[in-house]
Design a protein around this ligand. Structure first.
Ligand SMILES: NC(=O)c1ccc[n+]([C@@H]2O[C@H](COP(=O)([O-])OP(=O)(O)OC[C@H]3O[C@@H](n4cnc5c(N)ncnc54)[C@H](O)[C@@H]3O)[C@@H](O)[C@H]2O)c1
Length: 101
């Protein structure tokens, strides 16, 4: 084989039971909801006044985050009022994120 030819890639595959051994017993001690928790986090969502951004704001708030919704619009969708009732740590900030200043 010449030096310009690529060597075949050696893929090391560990048997699944070995992978579980290496990972320890975290699957016994870890709560999946804790892994998805956003408690103590602040999430800034651009386009958060409506649509996908607002839906994401609901999801992040449900997962325990403080949510900062940023949008070019001054007034969010009416459903934002529902989110305000569910999430006490919620802020709506008007800003056009495409503007560089
Ligand atoms: N809805 C869908 O099924 C879908 C599918 C694929 C991709 N997308 C894309 O995802 C994005 C969001 O979709 P959507 O349905 O929530 O749209 P939407 O129009 O309902 O909401 C977008 C929000 O972003 C805000 N926004 C736009 N430009 C901004 C800026 N420069 N600074 C701050 N806020 C700004 C708007 O004011 C609006 O409130 C869009 O780019 C859309 O094209 C949507």
């Amino acid at each position: 084989m010449s030096s310009t030819q690529q060597q075949p890639v050696q893929v090391q595959t560990m048997p699944l039971h070995k992978q579980y051994e290496e990972a320890g017993d975290s699957y016994l001690t870890t709560n999946v909801l804790d892994l998805f928790s956003l408690k103590g986090r602040v999430i800034a969502i651009t386009g958060g006044a409506q649509g996908i951004g607002l839906a994401l704001a609901f999801a992040c708030a449900e997962a325990g985050a403080k949510v900062a919704a940023i949008d070019a619009k001054a007034e969010p969708h009416k459903d934002f009022l529902i989110l305000e009732k569910q999430c006490t740590q919620l802020g709506m900030y008007q800003s056009d994120v495409a503007e560089v200043s």
